[in-house]
Design a protein around this ligand. Structure first.
Ligand code: NAD
Length: 296
């Protein structure tokens, strides 16, 4: 195995340290404490775990964490009223509505009710448009984390061939926009792509965001390519539950120049980028210079 393992866990620790430094400066020099509000509707166990760890890390970097836990049968009007209240609250700089929402709630409507300046998930249609037109926006956390690791590893990404597998609104599409913004030649592959293996073999950078355990085998990877594995899949192997990504780690690592592991790659960077987005939103809201290196 020749590939450099990109240690997302360690990198995320550095991002959180940087965020914590900015938070303490905001407090000391301006008397401002960045605040993040997380809204959870219902009791989905995975969402509860995410919300708990987001809250814990928010507090660890010195920010205020507010959690709103609503009943699974909360009416849309009540959720919208809460978002309106958070939009108007000067102590809250970031608002995150944990997805997925229960079926009776219209996700698009809810997300687009968040003030775009406080939309730390970067899912509001205004932020999607700003990112697509190369303007300053709130950038979705998972692709932002991937971009930070790629920039850290390569320096410039200019002119590289990048293939993003997956076209979701939360990972694939914004990832492609970010790579385009860094002057990569970008291909978005998806479930209807013909000859996926051939498409992936052309890539200097492969970002896999599919949700299918180990679907990318090593022989699809160009020698020396960088592989970013976004997938988180829980599988049973040898009688044990195991987390694996969307790429077959061992065989891909044998050909890649660098690769992110699962767990310990993209996952930890996602929460670190949520904290980064919150401090960025807080600086923008207060007309202060935003921290360098924490956004696209
Ligand atoms: P999604 O289901 O919304 O999108 C999956 C995409 O994969 C679709 O665009 C689809 O066209 C494509 N696809 C499906 N089958 C394919 C195939 N056979 N060949 C090529 N493309 C195919 O998923 P998502 O929300 O984008 O998440 C993708 C994966 O990333 C999941 O495993 C998810 O758990 C993980 N994820 C991880 C993080 C993190 O923090 N690490 C964050 C978000 C998502």
């Amino acid at each position: 195995m020749g590939a450099t393992i990109i240690d997302g866990k360690a990198f995320a620790g550095k991002v959180r340290e940087k965020v914590a430094g900015h938070v303490s400066r905001l407090k000391e020099e301006h008397g401002i404490t960045p605040g993040l509000a997380v809204v959870l509707v219902g009791e989905d166990p995975a969402s509860q775990v995410y919300v708990r760890s987001k809250g814990k890390m928010t507090v660890e970097v010195g920010m205020t964490s507010i959690e709103h836990k609503l009943d699974v049968d909360t009416a849309e009007a009540d959720l919208l009223a809460l978002i309106d209240q958070l939009n108007k609250d000067p102590e809250i700089h970031g608002i995150l509505v944990q997805l997925p929402l229960p079926k009776h709630l219209n996700e698009d409507l809810v997300i687009n009710a968040i003030d775009p300046a406080k939309d730390v998930d970067g899912f509001h249609i205004s932020n999607v448009g700003l990112l697509g037109t190369g303007q300053k926006s709130m950038v979705p956390c998972t692709p932002l984390g991937c971009l930070m690791m790629l920039r850290d590893h390569h320096g410039s990404l200019s002119g590289m061939d990048a293939v993003v597998i997956g076209r979701s609104n939360i990972v694939g599409k914004p990832m492609a926009q970010l790579l385009l913004g860094d002057s990569c030649t970008v291909t978005i592959a998806h479930s209807r792509t013909k000859d996926l293996a051939d498409v992936v073999r052309r890539a200097d950078i492969v970002v896999a965001a599919v949700g299918r355990p180990e679907m990318v085998p090593g022989d699809w990877i160009k020698e020396g390519a960088t592989v970013i594995d976004v997938g988180i899949n829980r599988i049973e192997r040898d009688g044990k539950t195991k987390l694996v990504g969307d790429v077959a780690f061992e065989s891909c690592a044998a050909r890649a120049g660098a690769i992110t592991p699962v767990p310990g790659g993209v996952g930890p960077m996602t929460i670190a980028c949520l904290l980064a987005n919150t401090v960025t939103a807080c600086c923008r809201a207060n007309g202060l210079a935003e921290p360098e290196g924490l956004t696209a």
